[in-house]
Design a protein around this ligand. Sequence first.
Ligand code: ADP
Ligand code: MG
Length: 250
Amino acid sequence: MVDVRGVHKSFGDNEVLRGVDLQVGAGEVVVVLGPSGSGKSTLLRTINHLEKVDRGLVRVDGELIGYRQRGDKLYELREREVLRQRTHIGFVFQNFNLFPHLTVLENVVEAPVSAQGKPVATARAEALRLLARVGLSDKEAAYPRHLSGGQQQRVAIARALALEPKVLLFDEPTSALDPELVGEVLDVIKDLARGGTTMVVVTHEIGFAREVADTVVFMDGGVVVEQGTPAEVLDDPQHPRTRAFLSKVL
Ligand code: ADP
Ligand code: MG
């Protein structure tokens, strides 16, 4: 479903991604671990073309992201095409990024109507179903500022799901939450994992990785240092940098 090949990305002379490969099968959950500054967020952002790669390719469900290939040449897609591609790639941010002036229900309904042209009634019915799925049926009329961080993040997940994405990308979805609110958000993500949603989750929650990941990827210095099953990477890490990282977070 996601195929990242040989991706390089620099900001000025800071090479942040130095040849990253990442494959995510349909229905698979990949958890990405790594120290701060290792390039995890940049990697997620290249998948939906929020960052343009300098070298390499990203495909989602077989479709090249950001480019069209003709012969052996690549042509940049127009903004409108990139936006269309992005609607199939859900993104959940650390800081929720809800629209503050819209109610919970309006937040979830907005993109399917404005970006996908769904009829309002259809989008509304779908949004109510998704809000129930994330445990927020009673909050449809509330504004984000009246919700806890955990509730806001669950709205953000419902909003991402409303576009029926092929893959959901999570960038430290629980890092901004008070500790007692982390569990309710992880429970929603676990429920999605069981339901077969394809996901890439950047997190420092090792217990979550152990329980939910099909594959754990450890990044450091802009490369994938090591990847494997949770048992392989978390219990029997082969690389000294993985061991050093885990000894700090476990
Ligand atoms: P992580 O998510 O693993 O903490 P990031 O991908 O956010 O790492 O950042 C990796 C490096 O790239 C950091 O050194 C960061 O300062 C730099 N970086 C990220 N985004 C930008 C940007 N838009 N402009 C300049 N530097 C950036
Ligand atoms: Mg980050």
